[in-house]
Design a protein around this ligand. Structure first.
Ligand code: ZN
Length: 245
């Protein structure tokens, strides 16, 4: 069983270490990375550590925006929608402005992503059809690099490609080999409502493209043949029926 849900052994978890101060390093995704196995990852409560670290990073930001004064003191882990929920196929609407509600949603999405654990999450995956994604592709042992994006738009894509076995928090236990452009330039509004543009490569480039697909109702299974896709959808429909009894 992969460590996909919130830590089930909190009483055995090491106490989270206070994070070192981190600069303004930007960083990104959802299941873009193959989910780590318990054997490959020491069992410490990463979600708690990351949430605390993220909170510290946001608190260290200059309070130049009204949104910054409203850093949510209590972040919440939200339920993640999974197949075959048709909400996942909705096209998300642009955010009008980054207000307190959007900031709170970004914070809750980061908490939810770290708890899963995943490296990216789109708002539609928690049932909110807004063009918001959060990402953090830092490796274990590295300081967290949370990125929150509102209204992200791809400005440019690299000419070379990168192959990655992608997973998705909304399609548990499914992996799909996907070839995508190896670099991506994306423009977005950050958590302060300020326009940013970053060029990403590696896992971050993959993760950004994966999350932006969610905003248009696209899923990793859309990269499969129709036959394979239908088999997976049928499996999730059956699981859903059995869960409902
Ligand atoms: Zn996904």
């Amino acid at each position: 069983m992969q460590h996909q849900l919130a830590c089930r052994a909190r009483d055995r978890c090491e106490p989270p270490a206070l994070p070192q101060p981190v600069g303004a390093r930007a960083r990104p995704i959802d299941g873009g990375d193959a989910a780590p196995t318990p054997a490959a990852r020491p069992h410490i409560c990463r979600s708690s550590q990351k949430a605390i670290a993220t909170f510290a990073i946001f608190q260290a930001m200059p309070l130049t925006s009204a949104a910054a004064f409203h850093m949510s003191s209590v972040m919440a882990v939200l339920p993640i929608i999974t197949l075959p929920d048709p909400v996942l196929r909705k096209i998300s609407d642009p955010v009008e402005r980054v207000d307190d509600a959007v900031v709170k949603l970004m914070d809750d999405m980061l908490e939810t992503m770290y708890a899963a654990p995943g490296v990216g999450l789109a708002a539609i995956q928690v049932g909110v059809p807004k063009r918001i994604v959060v990402l953090d592709t830092a490796d274990d042992g590295e300081p967290p690099r949370p990125i929150a994006m509102a209204n992200p738009e791809i400005v440019a894509l690299g000419s070379k490609t990168r192959l990655h076995e992608e997973g998705c928090l909304s399609i548990p236990d499914v992996r799909v080999d996907i070839e995508r452009p190896d670099t991506v330039t994306v423009r977005y509004l950050d958590r302060m409502g300020k326009e940013q543009e970053i060029e990403a490569d590696g896992l971050l480039a993959t993760a950004i493209q994966h999350e932006l697909d969610h905003l248009d109702g696209q899923l990793i299974i859309d990269f499969l043949t129709r036959l394979k896709r239908d088999i997976i959808i049928r499996k999730f429909k059956k699981q859903s029926r059995e869960a409902r009894g």
